[in-house]
Design a protein around this ligand. Sequence first.
Ligand code: ATP
Length: 516
Amino acid sequence: MASQDDLFKKISSHCKEYGFIFQSSEIYDGLAATYDYGPYGILLKNNIKAYWWKSMVQMNENIVGLDAAIFMHPTTWKASGHVDAFNDPMLDNKDSKKRYRADVLIEDYMAKIEAKIDKEIKKAQKRFGDAFNEAEFRATNPRVLANAEKMDKIAKRLATAMTDGNMDDLKSQIEEYEIACPVSGSRNWTEVRQFNLMFSTQLGAVAGEEGKLYLRPETAQGIFVNFLNVQKTSRQKLPFGIAQIGKAFRNEIVARQFIFRMREFEQMEMQFFIKPGTQMEWYEHWKAYRLNWHKALGHNEEDLRFHDHDNLAHYADAAVDIQYNFPFGFKELEGIHSRTDFDLSSHQEHSGKKLQYFDPETKESYVPYVLETSIGVDRMFLATMSHAYTEEMVPDSKGGERERVVLRIHPALAPIKCCVMPLKKNDENLTGKAKEIFNSLRIHFDCQYDDTGSIGKLYARQDCIGTPYCITVDFDTLEDDTVTIRERDSLKQERISINKIAEIVKERTDMTQLFV
Ligand code: ATP
């Protein structure tokens, strides 16, 4: 069985072995923090995007879609604050020559203190058994209290240094906490410097600064600059939202966690335009709505949590992350931000064009406030894989047990919904019938035909790519037009008639079940 420590490595190698994700440009030894999605990866990714789109656009009559260009007028990024403030504090370890984000080093240090608290709690839990009261223990145990106080102090000091852009204090903190480089083990650090995360390129014939273009670091700004175009043409009244899925690019300093932190990635963002003063109401609404979206996929409740931002970005008056318990701990999966009127006002100022809404009820014009939900497709993919990857013991055909790897991906997201296989590969009657069934099913959903091994091998392969249903064609099928349908998680087998397969698989794998 996989321990938490090597689970992450197992997931990334499984992704490669089974055609979900490849390192970009692998034959040239790869390009750091850039990945390509393989045949099963693209299907899963498309299903994640479809689930998000259905939930946000199709199920909300006041949310419409947009697909804005990646390149935008350079002033966009001045107005959004990205040219001046989209920085991460970085420093290098002089011995290992590795580069780190100062805030991440301090956060990792806090995670170690949190781990000490967790250890203390687990120990006490064991000791007291059912009588254990965690809340009381946290409130009274001196060691837990001291560590919690220590964490709180560090978090507050980090937040202040980040908000003030105080690089000297970040360096002092790293020195005071005696944080060492995980690679060299030394504390031989450079100064902390601001590092802008935007990639730039050059526009065709225009030379120098004038022709400088950025690859968008978020999709949101394409929505803001189109606010009036969309509002007028879709005849929406406030509150209403604009949703977009698209690529974003960030020159991340530290990008060592597979698809968790990439330099080219995809975002699913929705900007919800509201009347000023109503933002807290909508903030709560979208927090609950988005958490439910995750929960509907069957994630363990304790693997999802809200985490309030300690330091707010320049544009926000409230912000929270939905964190997921990845194999390397709780990390941001999605952000929900109350962005005030910062973006629209700033674009209005920089462009000289009015970005206001005329409220037909109050007969007033104003710049709307914005509530944003923003999630990375790739991070969602990693959360899905982390939840799905399972090693377990199951009964074998000889009355014993065997270990299997199975991806318990929610059937609605599974890349392949069902696989049709003949019991014997060399019997033309069986293969012919199985192919005929496969051809009748492929119009309904993504399915496969496979006759390249024994049934046991074929089942194992489908388990590894998360296929919820396998259909076996045997000699009885030729007599009575029935097949065996095997369910991935329970391993239950049922005999059903051929003309029921499409209906049954569709019903059990359809996305609509995520909305009931
Ligand atoms: P982090 O603190 O992890 O750098 P962030 O707060 O900068 O993330 P946002 O700007 O709020 O992230 O972006 C919204 C979402 O986009 C994130 O919740 C995450 O899912 C995704 N995302 C951001 N950066 C990356 C990246 N480098 N690779 C993959 N996904 C990303």
